[in-house]
Ligand binder design. Structure first.
Ligand SMILES: CC(C)(COP(=O)(O)OP(=O)(O)OC[C@H]1O[C@@H](n2cnc3c(N)ncnc32)[C@H](O)[C@@H]1OP(=O)(O)O)[C@@H](O)C(=O)NCCC(=O)NCCS
Length: 157
């Protein structure tokens, strides 16, 4: 059991572990695809052996997820890249430091697998979250239909 003291000094006990695709869908649906069909939660490559889904649990309840897919971005030259997708924490648990801990956990996991770069298509409103975790913007912003402006952001591990 790991623990975290957040900025308001509330101690949260959490666990992080690898989860399956269906578990990831539950949180993606509630946070990233609200009101859309469950099929809209599927990403290409979700079930590949090289894909890793992580979940963060409070008292055995899944409250956040993120997924890492072996996928390269042309704007980045390093060969060993993973794409971060589906970064989501249930609304009532946001801004308590939990997004940061699950992201760091996944980054450390991939570092042990010799990954050099993590990159993502960051929603504009989440871009500061990634900046705080030392991700940098590369290239120009672009629009994803029905979701909005995104930035490509990356981090050297
Ligand atoms: C983005 C998200 C995953 C961040 O998780 P979180 O648990 O709320 O973030 P944390 O509490 O770990 O925040 C870490 C830091 O980022 C900042 N931060 C978090 N979300 C932010 C936001 N939307 N805008 C600006 N800063 C943000 C926090 O203030 C914190 O900074 P601090 O360390 O100086 O206090 C979560 O808010 C979420 O699920 N949002 C909705 C879905 C989404 O937009 N996902 C990203 C898709 S690209």
């Amino acid at each position: 059991m790991l623990s975290l003291i957040n900025t308001t000094s509330i101690k949260l006990d959490y666990k992080i572990r690898l989860i399956n695709t269906e578990e990831a869908y539950i949180i993606r649906h509630s946070v990233l695809r609200v009101g859309k069909p469950i099929e809209s939660c599927a990403f290409d490559g979700d079930n590949l052996e090289t894909t890793f889904h992580f979940g963060i649990f409070l008292k055995n309840d899944l409250i956040g997820v993120c997924t890492f897919l072996k996928n390269s971005n042309n704007l980045i030259t390093e060969t060993s890249q993973y794409q971060l997708r589906g970064m989501a924490i249930l609304e009532k648990f946001q801004k308590k430091g939990l997004g940061n801990v699950i992201l760091n956990y996944g980054e450390n996991f991939l570092k042990t697998k010799n990954t050099q770069i993590i990159w993502c298509n960051a929603r504009e409103k989440a871009s500061n979250f990634y900046k705080k975790s030392h991700y940098k913007i590369i290239g120009n912003p672009f629009n994803i239909k029905e979701i909005g402006i995104h930035y490509i952001m990356y981090k050297v591990l």
